[in-house]
Design a protein around this ligand. Structure first.
Ligand SMILES: Nc1ncnc2c1ncn2[C@@H]1O[C@H](COP(=O)(O)OP(=O)(O)OP(=O)(O)O)[C@@H](O)[C@H]1O
Ligand SMILES: [Mg+2]
Length: 578
């Protein structure tokens, strides 16, 4: 755990000067507050004891000066720690977010959106709260305790030793409770993060819940989750409050012990009344910082859990794309070759030593049963996942050696799970295409039939989360328009025309056919109408690319393709022409 804290404090490196000034301000602010009991002793013993009025005036002015200094120091410390803590947490958020985006696709397949949001939002907030609250209070408390210790030792060593005998007990109490508190906090975090994941999933699929009329069942699931969180919170409160209150009880003994032992010394004229009163005041002041440390300790344990969860993500190895700076940039694409490429999800062998060649200037259709690995093959081609064995060669260069940024610029993918921003149509089309101008956008909208689909308001209204305010076909048209605006060399359409009416689909393919900059098109579809533009059809079956032919060859062979499309072929023009 300590190594996580060390790494976290490593973030302070950039703010060393500010941190140093902050420490000085905190020292001034805290030690200034400790001066008054000492002055009280001097007033009782010297001013009243010896009748020195001049000294009283000097003390009053000193106290006034000290007060002004403390206020100034406290104010500047507040400003500084807010600034430093915000900068550090902002840096941490940025670091976490950009690291997460670089993680392999697989990470996102096994971690829910809610748990990722929780990490960026709640865990980082806990760290920020700790910074602006507990860490600073901890430093304040430590400074106060050190100051009090020095002052009490100077006032009366014997009384101080008596106090010290009680403190090890405090440490023992805290140590006894900590491991259980830590486990409960870890469990609570996990439960809360799952809870957020549950909510995100439910609200993203509310239509499904309505269609299954499963409100009651969802309410039951929610209730169970809430009960588990309440249970954990109660356990945590019992432990933290138990340890806090035991410590408070122990701390309450200290001034009483000082009163008895010190009172006896005053009666025996070993110490003055002023010394006893000042010592008692210091002993009472110890109460607060010690109590703070005990309760802040729990908060710091919570923060430790957050820091660990944050660094666990930061320690996840990032994607192959960032592996090296010495990757190759390449020219125009002539050929993409899959050589004995295999890929498995856990134990499931999806692609098994597959061999396929895509040549520039051609349009390919990738077909196969659901789950045959079509989208997986495209993910490999887009460097979203990495092959287990074999190699993907682009112009005879291994894909892994090509700079991802450079490679992705050549591609445009309309995938099955395309992304619609909760922004306007223009925001969506500009995403990743910042250099395109309005006339290019208008031209493509016209081509996609989007301008005629909709009134003027369509272009200015927001499309809702995941495009919830527009139709499925409109969403697909936007996704295709956005892909085409990239001016790609390779265009991949993975089931992204499935919701278009046949006329719109035909217009889209005609447009694609007339784009001279597109050198290679790969279409994945279960619909014959979508693949009939293809020059070659690749059939994926049992992890292999079993047939690579033109559509007519496929039909005459009466192989896997024919079986797959048999029903659709009955009324198709292609089949009739044969
Ligand atoms: N994250 C994952 N974890 C485990 N298995 C997965 C994962 N993603 C996909 N698979 C499995 O990999 C296989 C291939 O999936 P893929 O999405 O490539 O199929 P597909 O040919 O595109 O199917 P469809 O036509 O239905 O889109 C499927 O059997 C699927 O269950
Ligand atoms: Mg698919």
């Amino acid at each position: 755990m300590y190594q996580y804290w060390l790494r976290f404090f490593g973030l302070l490196r950039k703010h060393l000067f500010g941190g140093f000034v902050l420490l000085i301000m905190l020292i001034i602010g805290n030690l200034g507050a400790l001066a008054s009991p000492y002055f009280l002793k001097v007033i009782i013993d010297k001013v009243f004891g010896e009748g020195d009025f001049q000294l009283l005036i000097q003390i009053v002015f000193s106290l006034l000066g000290l007060y002004v200094l403390r206020v100034g120091a406290n104010f500047y410390a507040d400003y500084l720690y807010t600034k430093i803590s915000n900068k550090i947490t902002q840096e941490l958020t940025e670091k976490l977010f950009s690291h997460m985006l670089k993680l392999p696709m697989f990470y996102f397949k096994v971690n829910s959106v809610g748990s990722l949001v929780y990490k960026i939002n709640n865990e980082v907030s806990q760290v920020r709260r700790a910074f602006t609250g507990s860490i600073i209070s901890m430093i304040n408390s430590i400074i106060t305790i050190v100051g009090l210790t020095v002052l009490m030792v100077l006032l009366n060593l014997e009384l101080f030793i008596i106090i010290c005998l009680l403190y090890p007990l405090l440490i023992l109490i805290t140590k006894y409770f900590t491991p259980s508190i830590k486990t409960i906090i870890e469990n609570t975090r996990k439960e809360e993060s799952d809870f957020l994941a549950f909510l995100t999933e439910r609200f993203s699929n509310v239509k499904f819940i309505k269609l299954f009329y499963s409100h009651e069942y969802e309410g039951f699931l929610m209730k169970n989750r809430i009960n588990r969180i309440i249970d954990l919170n109660l356990k945590s409160t019992i432990l933290t409050s138990g340890s806090n209150n035991l410590s408070v009880l122990l701390l309450a003994f200290i001034p009483l012990v000082v009163l008895v032992y010190g009172g006896k010394q005053v009666l025996e004229s070993i110490i003055t009344v002023g010394t006893l009163i000042a010592f008692l005041q210091y002993a009472n002041k110890l109460h607060e910082p010690f109590r703070n440390i005990v309760s802040l300790y729990v908060d710091l344990v919570k923060t430790s859990v957050s820091i660990k969860r944050i660094y666990d993500v930061l320690d996840e190895p990032i994607d192959l794309e960032s592996a090296s700076d010495e990757l190759i940039e390449m020219g125009e694409i002539c050929e993409i070759k899959f050589e004995d490429v295999s890929f498995a999800f856990n134990d499931k062998q999806v692609l098994n030593k597959i061999n396929v060649i895509f040549e520039a200037g051609k349009k390919y259709a990738l077909v196969g049963k659901s789950g045959s690995g079509k989208s997986t093959l495209i993910d490999l081609l887009c460097k979203l996942i990495k092959e287990d064995s074999g190699s993907i060669l682009v112009n005879n260069i291994r894909l892994n050696e090509i700079k991802t940024k450079h490679w992705i610029e050549k591609l445009a993918v309309c995938s099955q799970d395309y992304f619609i921003l909760n922004g306007t149509l223009y925001d969506n089309l500009h995403y990743g295409n910042s250099s395109v101008n309005k006339s290019e956008i208008d031209a493509i909208l016209d081509q996609m039939g989007l301008s005629s689909d909709d009134s003027d308001t369509f272009s200015s209204k927001t499309l809702g989360e995941t495009g919830s305010t527009i139709s499925g076909g409109q969403r697909q048209k936007i996704a295709i328009a956005r892909a085409l605006l990239r001016n790609p060399e390779i265009l991949i359409i993975d089931e992204a025309t499935s919701e278009l009416d046949s006329l719109s689909e035909q217009k889209v393919f005609e447009y694609i056919n007339n784009q001279p900059t597109i050198r290679l098109v790969i279409i994945i579809s279960h619909r014959l109408s979508s693949i009939q533009f293809a020059d070659e059809i690749i059939l994926l079956d049992e992890g292999k690319a079993s047939e690579v032919n033109s559509i007519k060859e496929h039909i005459s062979m009466k192989g896997g393709f024919y079986k797959l499309f048999k029903n659709q072929l009955v009324n198709s023009e292609v089949a009739r022409d044969m």
